[in-house]
Write a protein that binds this ligand. Structure first.
Ligand code: PGA
Length: 255
């Protein structure tokens, strides 16, 4: 059985004051929500204090990136063990904004995935095609390349302790959402690709959708067989919207 996960990617948003208000609103509105795992991924500089604010709540903490190295002369980077030490359970790796702006290759993302797991973190591996890839019929090729790099480096068993987020790049922050059919098609493709290496791992693997998921479209996406939650950007900064998505996910239980 796959428990859905709804994770908020705050990206480079927030301040001490805004974070306190958001966390306190979320603790109130999510309460002891059941049937769904919930996490927030704030900017790294705030992780330690948000970990304290979240203690005793159902909300887990995640980071937005981690180094592929454990320690040493890597100015500006943060290691998996550091993130784990301040209370993170999850870490996003390979977000398209980093693949693009920081030129993160699939091999580099795979090394981050391995490093995160060695530190006991659960990586949320982001994959997804650009608009031009979709328009030229290359969606599956792109997603396969991003996924295979990690499957090859980490081994399929590593996906017993990982989450995948399918995020079509053209849908991120644009207000354009993949239709439920488009999303389900790629989610099924991802699950089948993992299943070709190990069907049992694939059956238990949580595959989230990300890309302009909001309260209004969440239920339609989450109702689909292979969509096990969401990675939420913009709407995760609004406690009511994020809670509505978490509630929609909590109502979906996959046997
Ligand atoms: P969005 O971002 O919900 O604002 O589209 C999703 C993401 O980038 O993880």
């Amino acid at each position: 059985m796959r428990t859905p996960l709804v994770a908020g990617n705050w990206k480079m948003n927030g301040s001490r004051e805004a974070n306190r208000a958001l966390v306190s609103a979320l603790k109130g509105s999510l309460g002891d929500i059941q049937g769904v795992d919930v996490a927030v991924c704030p900017p790294a500089v705030y992780l330690a204090e948000i970990a304290t604010d979240l203690s005793g709540s159902v909300i887990a903490l995640g980071a937005q990136d981690c180094s592929d190295q454990e320690k040493g002369a890597y100015t500006g980077e943060l290691s998996g063990p550091m993130l784990a030490e301040v209370g993170c359970r999850y870490v996003i790796v390979g977000h398209s904004e980093r693949r693009e702006r920081q030129n993160e290759s699939s091999a580099w993302v795979a090394a981050k995935f391995v490093a995160a797991q060695s530190a006991g973190l659960i990586p949320i591996l982001c994959v997804g095609e650009q608009k031009v890839d979709r328009e030229s019929g290359r969606t599956e090729n792109v997603v396969a390349e991003q996924l295979d790099a990690v499957l090859d480096a980490a081994g399929v068993e590593a996906f017993e302790r990982a989450v995948i987020a399918y995020e079509p790049v053209w849908a991120i922050g644009t207000g354009l959402t993949a239709t439920p059919e488009q999303a389900q098609e790629v989610h099924a493709f991802i699950r089948n690709r993992v299943a070709s290496r190990d069907p049992r791992v694939a059956a238990d693997l949580r595959i989230l959708y990300g890309g302009s998921m909001k309260a209004e479209n969440a239920a339609g996406l989450l109702a689909l067989d292979d969509i096990d939650g969401g990675l939420i950007g913009g709407a995760s900064l609004d406690a009511a919207a994020f809670t509505a998505i978490a509630n929609a996910a909590g109502e979906r239980v996959v046997a």
